[in-house]
Design a protein around this ligand. Structure first.
Ligand code: NIG
Ligand code: FE
Length: 411
């Protein structure tokens, strides 16, 4: 099957020599082709270029994009979309003055979601997560990493991971699975959390691995949650079973999470609201992608991660949604793109790279998705008519996506 998209006002985010990720100054480089065509064959990008150079106009399907732009689909490398309940009551508690940590201490927060999620069937969880995936797909997302972590018992964690497996088998999105058994400390383990860490290590990890349910292993390494020592033990165990670390770090405090992530070769360290110079230094020269979650900082009114400073220090930066019921009840990557520019002062070019190629890297799929490159999956969206690509981050709140193609097929 050959598809031709023609008369594209501007084809954005192309790569002629594809990179795994973009770092520092390279992040400001966004290749585009004006008045372009795009040819797709068997679900992959076959060719692209200027309309005036298009030789073979024949195709099984011709899509005319006159006045519109084509962008590579967003990659969302950090989500928790398998959960049962929304948490707007806690949202109101926070407005009235309670902090996220205070809510968590009294058994709300993650434990609140874990309770509701334990009571839901696999089928129900699948349906709810499917609807969330559909919603983000319509807004331009083509790849998602999904974490477990609202189970917090062996049985429930396995249930969530099986839901993720089923989503992966049935959805056109590219999906990666992350085991986050160490997301919260269940009430019955308060005061002796090392026993819960033992459960994660001795029971959960071997079972998750036996069913091949997770690509990554995650820990919420932060003040009030898991310590650096807990994190080291869990990561060592996960690595033995072939799961690569990808962790939550430095949301509440300078937790040592960045250092422990880099030490264990994490593919990404995520959140990073609390960063000192030592954390930035430690990331230099590493394979670990610093990942900022603008939706979480916005929703919880947290200090902003120093993304600009990291880029100026030569680092890569990725930006993902953190879609979850407690700290970011939205998976809208168009909004993340806008926040990258508005709140973190990334240029539009840097913001596109942060939400496509660099997030693809942060979930281990940048050789397949994250840009328009020959041989990569044909995952892209056609925008509504617009004058320039800067309109995408500028017009925050508006859905600028008109048509979505994943694996070369319109969805
Ligand atoms: O990434 N920080 C830890 N985990 C999630 C929040 C989970 C929740 O509150 O339900 C996050 O923000
Ligand atoms: Fe998260």
């Amino acid at each position: 099957m050959r598809t031709l998209v023609k008369n594209i006002k501007e084809l954005v985010g192309v790569e002629t020599s594809p990179k795994q990720r973009k770092e520092g100054r390279e992040m400001a480089v966004l290749e585009t082709v004006k008045d372009a065509y795009l040819v797709i064959e068997d679900g992959k990008v076959r060719a692209f270029g200027e309309m005036k150079e298009l030789k073979e106009g024949n195709a099984d399907l011709v899509v005319d994009a006159t006045g519109r732009m084509v962008f590579p689909s967003f990659c969302d490398s950090h989500t928790h979309i398998v959960y049962a309940n929304s948490r707007e009551h806690e949202f109101v508690d926070k407005i009235r003055g309670l902090s996220y940590e205070e809510i968590a201490k009294r058994g709300g927060g993650i434990l609140n979601s874990a309770k509701a999620t334990a009571a839901a069937s696999e089928e129900e969880l699948y349906d709810m997560a499917w609807r969330r995936l559909e919603e983000v797909m319509r807004m331009g997302t083509g790849a998602v990493e999904i974490k477990s972590g609202y189970g917090l018992s062996t049985e429930s964690e396995l249930k969530l991971l099986r839901v993720i497996r089923r989503l992966r088998e049935t959805s056109p999105l590219t999906i990666k699975s992350n085991f986050l058994g160490a997301h919260g400390i269940p009430m019955e383990y308060r005061g002796h959390q090392e026993d819960y860490v033992d459960l994660v290590i001795n029971e959960m990890i071997p079972k998750v691995s036996a069913e091949g349910l997770a690509d990554f292993i995650d820990v919420f390494c932060d003040q009030g949650f898991f310590t650096v020592e807990d994190t080291e033990r869990i990561l060592e165990a996960g690595i033995k079973y072939g799961m690569r670390p990808k962790i939550h770090a430095n949301e509440m405090a300078v937790s040592g999470g960045v250092q422990v992530g880099v030490k264990y070769g994490a593919i990404s360290v995520d959140h990073l609201e609390q960063m000192g110079d030592a954390e930035i230094e430690c990331l230099k020269g590493s394979d670990t992608m610093p990942t900022v979650l603008p939706g979480c900082a916005f929703f919880l009114n947290l200090p902003l991660s120093p993304a600009r400073k990291m880029i100026e220090a030569g680092l890569s930066v990725a930006m993902a949604s953190d879609y979850n019921p407690g700290t970011s009840p939205s998976g809208n990557m168009q909004l993340v793109l806008s926040m990258a520019c508005i709140r973190y002062r990334l240029t539009p070019e840097e913001a596109f790279n942060a939400t496509t190629l660099n997030t693809a890297y942060a979930m281990g799929v940048s050789n397949e998705v994250g840009s328009i490159a020959v041989g990569k999956k044909a995952n892209f969206y056609i925008s509504k008519p617009m004058a320039s690509y800067e309109y995408m981050p500028y017009a925050y709140g508006e859905n600028k996506v008109e048509r979505v193609f994943l694996n070369g097929k319109e969805v």
